[in-house]
Design a protein around this ligand. Structure first.
Ligand code: MN3
Length: 240
């Protein structure tokens, strides 16, 4: 009987406050790009960056705030990562909002990571010793990781993302992909592989179409040269 009571309390704690309305002034906001909109030229053109950040990412943030507004006010700050992790099961005042929150919380989280894991110079020399060792163990070399990662990104059907990800328990690396704005942190019913993402590439056409038309492979080759490995290494260290 005691065990049953414990399970029930646990379930309650998991769902409570997972989805709530941020207090006025604490709504989600669009982060600035960590570099100028023209800084990734010629790999990613300025017009693509401006549209992608100022229209698409801004839209996810705006729609997320609108979808959360009717929930009960948050008692503590609502963390984006927590929302992404819990949206598959969290209690909602209106079930029809689950898809909207899933898409827009995912869109906001994924793009925040995407901007940060790129830099104008790229930084292959900045891979931490730990991440470098993990890459060698799992893939054999950075070149082999590149081939597998870009291969997975090229195979995403329609809009979605490819990820370099960490197993939550074993901490080893893996590559996976998600549809639309889903993220490997989300509920298992929506993703092939639950894991902790440390590097993600956006393969929606809006990420490359203005410059590259349908040539996703060219965009992916260019993206690889932009990766900010210092940031990816920090994500890896956070996941250990
Ligand atoms: Mn995008």
């Amino acid at each position: 009987m005691k065990a049953l009571a414990f399970v029930c309390v646990c379930g309650f704690l998991i769902t409570v406050d997972a989805v709530c309305a941020p207090r006025p002034g604490s709504e989600f906001t669009l982060p600035d790009l960590p570099y100028g909109a023209n800084a990734l030229e010629p790999s990613i053109d300025t017009e693509t960056m401006v549209t992608h950040h100022d229209k698409h990412h801004a839209g996810y943030v705006r729609n997320l705030n609108a979808a959360l507004a009717d929930e009960k006010p948050c008692r503590k700050p609502l963390k984006l990562r927590e929302l992404v992790e819990k949206i598959g099961t969290a209690k909602l005042s209106d079930e029809s909002k689950r898809t909207t929150i899933r898409n827009n919380a995912g869109g906001h989280f994924n793009h925040e990571m995407y901007w940060k894991i790129m830099s104008p110079e790229g930084s292959q020399n900045d891979i931490s010793r730990d991440l470098s060792a993990a890459i060698a163990t799992k893939f054999g070399s950075l070149e082999a990781l590149r081939d597998e990662f870009l291969g997975a990104a090229g195979k995403v059907f329609g809009s979605g993302w490819a990820w370099l990800c960490m197993d939550f328990e074993l901490k080893d690396l893996m590559i996976t992909s998600t549809a639309n704005q889903d993220n490997p942190l989300m509920d298992a019913k929506w993703v092939d592989q639950r894991c902790n993402p440390i590097l993600g590439v956006d393969v929606w056409e809006h990420a490359y179409y203005l410059k590259r038309k349908s040539a996703r492979a060219d965009y992916l080759e260019a993206f690889w040269t932009l990766i900010n490995w210092e940031e990816v290494s920090a994500n890896y260290a956070d996941g250990l």
